[in-house]
Design a protein around this ligand. Structure first.
Ligand SMILES: NC(=O)c1ccc[n+]([C@@H]2O[C@H](COP(=O)([O-])OP(=O)(O)OC[C@H]3O[C@@H](n4cnc5c(N)ncnc54)[C@H](OP(=O)(O)O)[C@@H]3O)[C@@H](O)[C@H]2O)c1
Length: 251
């Protein structure tokens, strides 16, 4: 049984690949470039924005985990890409197409989140049997955002609430789902704690030894209100694991 991990060279996808290999599964990594494909997995070239390589790459594949991403080309890669991938999966007889999404995308009017919602709709409208998991923000996302801000000499603060999670936990859930029957939408998964931007960037500055000028991020409009109210968090989905501070120290 082969599981194809689309975007298997990315932050989340590479963890899904490692998890599946650890379970003794056969894994095909689908992406445009073969960067960092581990021993034991096979790389197959695909491009979700054109559909190139999909039929060949899904030959003999039992399940697909879609962990591809593109911030700039979200519509082409995530929405149209899902349509192309799911259609190819249906042609190839894929038994379960597993996709990752984000908690609260229907509550925050951000263009990337609109694309993620459209991706979910494209999956639900497809002919392939599917499973969908929504997760909260990965520790790496905050780490790189705070590092980028620090390069400009600032530390973002404010009451925006985030519930960061170790993506290895999310990867484990996706790997497990790909080996099970298609389940539709799974219960959401979130990090162990909901924290404010001030708390999280403070923990980052201490752990990285980078003191910077606090800069309050304005929480304007519908988006600001939603983020401050905790729209991208879900305490019922809280999962044991390293919180952001622990991950910075040990992760
Ligand atoms: N980051 C977060 O905090 C977070 C939280 C919840 C959910 N998610 C979701 O998790 C998923 C993965 O995010 P990530 O941050 O792990 O992504 P990432 O690190 O940016 O990795 C993106 C992957 O997609 C591949 N890819 C990009 N464009 C492609 C294309 N046209 N055709 C085929 N492959 C393509 C990339 O490889 P090539 O460039 O070589 O093709 C790479 O393997 C996304 O759906 C995201 O919405 C992320």
């Amino acid at each position: 049984m082969t599981v194809a991990v689309v975007g298997g060279t990315g932050t989340l996808g590479s963890l899904v690949v490692a998890d599946l290999l650890g379970r003794g599964e056969r894994v095909a990594v689908l992406s445009r470039r073969p960067t960092g494909v581990p021993a034991g997995a096979e790389h197959r070239h695909v491009d979700l924005t054109t559909g190139a390589g999909l039929d060949l790459a899904l030959d003999g594949v039992h399940a697909v985990v879609d962990a591809a991403n593109s911030q700039k080309g979200a519509k082409e890669t995530l929405v149209e890409g899902t349509r192309r991938l799911a259609a190819a999966g249906a042609r190839a007889g894929v038994a379960n197409h597993v996709t990752i999404s984000i908690v609260g995308i229907d509550l925050v009017p951000m263009s990337y989140y609109k694309a993620k919602l459209a991706q979910e709709e494209a999956l639900a409208a497809s002919e392939v049997p599917w499973t969908l998991l929504r997760a909260t923000q990965f520790h790496q996302l905050l780490d790189s955002a705070f590092a980028a801000a620090a390069r400009f000499g600032v530390r973002p603060t404010g009451e925006v609430k985030v519930q960061p999670i170790d993506p290895a936990i999310v990867a484990g859930r996706l790997a497990e789902a790909s080996l099970a029957a298609p389940a539709g939408r799974l219960p959401d998964v979130g990090g162990p704690r909901v924290q404010t931007l001030t708390e999280l960037s403070g923990a980052w500055a201490t752990a990285r030894g980078k003191r910077r000028l606090p800069l309050r991020v304005p929480a304007w409009g519908k988006m600001g209100k939603a983020l401050t109210a905790g729209a991208i968090c879900d305490e019922r989905a809280a999962t044991p694991g390293q919180d952001f501070e622990e991950w910075l120290r040990h992760g």
